[in-house]
Design a protein around this ligand. Structure first.
Ligand code: CDP
Ligand code: MG
Length: 690
């Protein structure tokens, strides 16, 4: 028989993994990835440093493995003895969730067992959880119930460089808790204490009064508290000084060179420029994924849509591009998609908010597009107005962003502004505590027993003005007495609810006005980001769907109508307008449980408009002759946001609960009220305005 000569190529496959189940292959791959992280080689040294020092500051390049590996190192070296837990705080919910999922997978356990996470409205932990990822705000709230955080042996404050208001307050609290725990242990091991005849330790006569609180720690054995502060930026000295010269170590990451390019001219529309740059990279540059920094969901969706439209116009062979998105309100099932590699031969374009700057590391990125802007909170203490505005990034942020391109090999970063603009940027971002409304944190501090807010040991003090304004607001809401003491039960209940003080008050009022059910729904909906999710490609459909629920009284009751009918036919509505109904139902459900726990519930319906008015009385606005509105408390001239069902209203008096500043000053989430009520229901406030 003639030998046949085969033509073409055959594909061959290595048989090494053939007999292994896929989960074993996956675990081996994860183990390999873990070992290859730069942090793996310094595991022993890091653990020793934590053992030696009460406070350790770890600075390390993003992607070096701090967040996923250090808690595992500490667990493996026995920091969870006596049933203690390692707590890891994150400023962002998305990061807490994605990292916990990753670490659970690396440990080969189901999420919520040894590794879990806890964020507002979602607790995926159990009694066996030993590594717990959570938001910094959540840990602050836990301190209300367990003032000395006695279940934790180590607290890792991650992403400390972000300096969110919660991180700053948490650092102050942790410093205090650590001192008290050490003092307690010292006192009880020194010769100075008394013993009762049966040998148990009695308190020293002149013990620190705060120590008596320790007795409330439900008999948990107290150990010293270790603190690990992790930061991606180099200026560790501020944390080190704050903790009395604490030791700082640096973990060297593998960082490849990144070529930075600037535009020659200033750009008028950075979204347009971003899209042009994406396609320029796609056609001119070598394979590699692109990360684009945008400021929020709306921008991300609009850019994604335009990319798809542009792709349609390209010849088939050039359409090998896949987009993925990540932003904080993205349902958590969808967040993980960002980590999946693009199909072979495709280029992945990741459209992300600032979350991709340091909080989550996405593999495969070779190109970064940085428009140089970020959405940030800004607060005017004189007017008492907080708003979200788009501002230029700092130099430190620009450097962080470009660094994302050099994780796995040399990369390129395209800044969508001229180099001269870069020189004008601030060196680093101003801590959030200096630019936000402080009512929430002050209420928490008060509930934690910190009476003197002006004297609290903040890492950086907020302005006196801002503290005063928030104290006033809390007095008006009835959370504080005129002597600035936390009121009981109102203030105490408000502090325990994981909500803005104004929303907590809503639930309390809802109960008084016998419309708690409606209030729960409204608050739940206002607490999750943008309830009426309006994806661009289905905008008309979503708007028509929304009209079915519109209430002539305003947006709040529209939300209530929506959820009430949503509960009956959730699936059809969700399909119709593609809305994340589940997260709201979940949060309404959680809120319900809380309300029940506070015995607020069990009332029949009355008037929710009354309660809404009382709730938002600080945000009443009156119509002016030209059709605009003037906010009573701040004097600001505002317009009704086009997304409101009351966009075309002619009502004289309204209350709103959100102020947004874009090109115009807008108010959102509005209810019509009778102006007469203002003086009736909130006389202590509006009497002053006459
Ligand atoms: O905290 P740090 O920025 O130092 O790094 P990390 O978040 O611990 O991530 C370490 C590595 O794990 C990253 O380089 C990613 O490649 C990988 N990782 C991942 O693939 N998927 C995740 N959900 C989280 C991390
Ligand atoms: Mg990290």
């Amino acid at each position: 028989m003639a030998e046949s000569v085969p033509n073409g190529n055959l594909s061959f496959k290595n048989n090494r993994n053939n007999n292994k189940p896929s989960f074993v292959v996956r675990r081996e791959k994860l183990l390999e990835q873990r070992k290859s992280l730069s942090i793996a080689s310094v595991e022993r040294r890091l653990v020793e440093e934590v053992q030696k020092h009460d406070v350790l500051i770890i600075v390390g390049e993003t992607g070096s493995g701090k967040t996923t590996q250090i808690p595992q190192f500490l667990f493996d070296s026995g920091f969870c003895g006596h049933g203690k837990t390692i707590g890891v705080t994150q400023p962002r919910r998305v990061a807490a969730v994605t990292v916990a999922k990753r670490v659970a997978e690396e440990c080969g356990v189901g999420l919520g067992q040894k590794v879990g996470y806890s964020i507002r409205f979602e607790d995926v932990t159990s009694s066996s959880t030993r590594i717990k990822y959570m938001t910094d705000g959540l840990l602050l709230r836990e301190a209300l119930l367990d003032p000395y955080l006695s279940r934790y042996s180590v607290i890792v404050v991650d992403e400390a460089h972000e300096r969110t208001v919660h991180t700053d307050v948490l650092l102050g609290l942790l410093k205090k808790v650590q001192n008290v725990r050490s003092k307690y242990i010292k006192d009880h091991t020194s010769a100075g204490h008394k013993r009762a005849s049966n040998g148990t330790i009695l308190e020293k006569e002149n013990a620190d009064p705060s120590i008596s609180v320790l007795k409330q720690c439900q008999g948990r054995k107290l150990s010293p508290l270790k603190l690990v502060i992790m930061s991606a930026s180099l200026d560790a000295h501020i944390f080190s000084e704050y903790f009395g010269g604490a030791k700082a170590v640096r973990v060297l990451g593998r960082q490849f060179p990144v070529d930075v390019f600037y535009t020659v001219d200033p750009q008028t529309d950075y979204l347009d420029s971003a899209i042009v740059t994406i396609f320029q990279i796609h056609s001119e540059e070598a394979p590699g994924d692109i990360l684009v920094f945008l400021t929020g969901q709306e921008e991300i969706e609009s850019v994604e849509k335009q990319i798809h439209e542009n792709l349609q116009r390209l010849p088939e062979e050039k359409r090998n591009m896949k987009t993925v998105t990540i932003f904080s309100s993205l349902p958590s099932e969808q967040q993980m998609r960002v980590f999946a590699p693009a199909p072979a031969g495709f280029r992945k374009v990741i459209l992300a908010t600032n979350i991709a700057e340091t909080s989550v590391t996405i593999p495969g990125i070779k190109y970064v597009i940085d428009p140089g802007v970020v959405k940030a909170r800004s607060y005017d203490p004189v007017k008492g107005m907080e708003s979200l505005i788009i501002v230029p990034t700092s130099k430190a942020q620009a450097i962080q962003r470009s660094g994302r391109a050099g994780r796995e090999g040399p990369g390129k970063c395209f800044r969508l502004y001229p180099e001269s603009e870069y020189e004008k940027l601030e060196d680093s971002t101003k801590p959030e505590i200096k630019r936000c409304n402080l009512s929430n944190v002050i209420l928490q501090l008060k509930a934690l027993g910190v009476d003197d807010i002006f004297g609290f040991d903040f890492i950086e003090k907020p302005s006196r003005e801002a503290i005063k304004k928030s104290l006033e607001e809390l007095i008006l809401l009835g959370a504080l007495s005129d002597e600035l003491k936390l009121s009981d039960p109102v203030g105490r209940q408000m502090a325990r609810l994981p909500l803005d003080p104004v929303y907590s008050k809503a639930l309390i009022l809802g109960s008084q006005f016998k419309c708690l059910d409606e209030m729960l729904i409204a608050v739940a909906m206002l607490s999750v980001e943008s309830m009426f999710y309006e994806p661009r490609e289905k905008l008309d459909l979503a708007r028509t769907a929304k009209k079915c629920f519109a209430s002539s009284e305003g947006d709040h009751l529209t939300l209530i109508n929506f959820l009430e009918s949503g509960a009956r036919k959730t699936s059809s509505i969700a399909v119709l307008c593609d809305m994340p109904v589940t997260s709201t139902v979940k949060s309404a459900d959680t809120l319900n449980k809380w309300a029940f726990a506070f015995r607020l519930a069990e009332m029949t319906h009355f008037s929710s408009a009354d309660a809404l008015l009382l709730l938002f009385f600080l945000n009443a606005a009156l119509k002016q002759p030209d059709g605009t509105y003037r906010a009573l408390a701040s004097g600001e001239v505002v317009q009704i946001h086009p997304t409101s069902v009351l966009f075309r209203t002619k009502a004289d008096c309204i209350v709103f609960n959100e102020f947004v500043k874009t090109t115009n000053k807008y108010i959102r989430n509005i209810t019509i009220i009778d102006g007469f009520w203002l003086t009736e229901l909130a006389p202590h406030y509006y009497a002053k305005q006459d």
